[in-house]
Design a protein around this ligand. Structure first.
Ligand SMILES: [Zn+2]
Length: 422
């Protein structure tokens, strides 16, 4: 796509697998000589479900410069966030299994971007890395994936992505079932049935074992409840639901049973900020405003449920993906240009905090965290990254300082630290 000028980044990361990549990455910015005593280390403030590389790839933006709509590094950092999981999302590229190719394009985009801005950010391969990076005043970025790394679930492909820095995998494909797991959103976003395997299959169980032995955190978001329960059971390490709400509070999201099972395994739920997910009032407004409701899901679902307009012909020599890229870029553009219906009932911080409060009461403060999934194309709470300031303050107001520290970042750090369970 562009001239390859940052190949050293990837080699460094690969070498880092044996040498301690955090130290190596930090060394390149000349920052390891600073010692960080544990008692004056900065508090980790972490959002465990961000999508920013997709924006860099499709919009060509530099998110260290504040943008008008959606998530960016500049505003998130200014509002106190110092650590994220960036979920690379291949989405519509599951057609004909272009997923690994699209994932590689996004991975390369993030690694080059991180290298270019190494004074402000670095890739974290472990919680120790993240603490060093944050201690040096920079943003730590864990690499995750949403909607699958490979529709066919190839073990070698997973291993290769781990070596490039992948540390968290949303097991299910967003908009259809893959070769190893069902998808809860399949009927709405891809027109497929949600119970093809009635959970995960034997290949899925093998992938769980491989992720446990590599140290890849398993994300059950968008899996069916059967698949969620089977993943929690199959994994030897804690698993997460990176961006979800609680059904008992929001009317949509995880059942109490799943939250309890997640917690019993040491995992967590990251609370989603999307209005249509977190807010009963917003969904009531949608129910009484069909046009508003259509508008509310148009841009995001249009992108997520994209299918190529033509069938890939036999003997194709690249013409098909060129066409697919053009079509998908158009869908992405609709996200950037989306506007909320002026009559919409906006979600409140109280509605967000109520989810956290409920999880604390149900299973304790070790099992809840932030996973906003803030993207262009839909209304959310906070409305934009400047709102992290209010969110952080509201969490501190809700509970004890020790609980707040966990919810704001330490719970995410713990589960990444426990992801390797051979
Ligand atoms: Zn999602």
């Amino acid at each position: 796509m562009m001239k390859r000028t940052f190949t050293r980044t990837r080699r460094d990361i690969l070498r880092g697998g044996a040498l301690g990549a955090g130290a190596l990455l930090a060394d390149r910015a000349g920052l390891t000589t600073k010692a960080f005593a544990a008692d004056n280390a900065p508090e980790i403030i972490m959002d465990g479900h961000v999508h920013i590389t997709n924006r860099i790839y499709w919009e060509g933006i530099d998110p260290w410069t504040p943008t008008k709509q959606g998530w960016d590094f500049a505003r998130a950092r200014a509002a106190g966030v110092n650590c994220i999981v960036d979920n690379l999302g291949p989405y519509g590229y599951w057609s004909y299994n272009y997923t690994p190719k699209q994932f590689l394009r996004l991975m390369d985009t993030l690694l080059r971007f991180s290298d270019k801005h190494s004074d402000k950010m670095a890739i974290a391969l472990s919680p120790d890395d993240a603490r060093r990076i944050v201690g040096s005043g920079r943003m730590a970025v864990f690499i995750g994936c949403e909607s699958g790394f490979d529709h066919e679930g190839d073990a070698d492909v997973l291993d290769a992505f781990y070596r490039l820095g992948l540390r968290s995998v949303q097991f299910t494909t967003q908009s259809g079932f893959n070769s190893y797991s069902d998808s809860a959103l399949a009927p709405f976003q891809g027109g497929e049935k949600p119970d093809h395997f009635h959970g995960i299959n034997d290949q899925g169980r093998k992938l769980v074992t491989q992720m446990n032995s590599l140290g890849i955190l398993i994300d059950v978001a968008h899996a069916t409840e059967a698949a969620q329960n089977q993943l929690i059971q199959a994994s030897r390490a804690p698993v997460v639901a990176s961006h979800e709400t609680i059904k008992a509070v929001a009317g949509a999201g995880l059942s109490d049973d799943v939250v309890k099972a997640l917690a019993a395994k040491g995992g967590l739920v990251g609370i989603h900020g999307g209005a249509a997910v977190v807010s009963k009032r917003y969904r009531q407004w949608m129910a009484s405003n069909p046009e508003g409701a259509k508008n509310a899901s148009k841009a995001v679902f249009g992108m997520l449920s994209y299918h190529p307009s033509v069938t890939r012909p036999p003997g194709d020599h690249g013409e098909f993906i060129a066409r697919m890229d053009n079509e998908f870029r158009e869908k992405w553009k609709e996200l950037a240009e989306w506007k909320e219906d002026p009559s919409a009932v906006l979600p409140t911080m109280d509605e967000y905090i109520a989810q956290i409060e409920y999880v604390i009461k149900l299973v304790g403060a070790d099992h809840v965290a932030i996973g906003l999934d803030m993207v262009n194309g839909r209304t959310s709470i906070p409305a934009d990254p400047t709102g992290y300031t209010d969110l952080i303050a509201a969490i501190r107001k809700l509970t004890t300082p020790e609980n707040a520290r966990k919810i704001l970042g330490e719970n995410w750090m713990r589960v990444f630290g426990q992801a390797k369970a051979a």
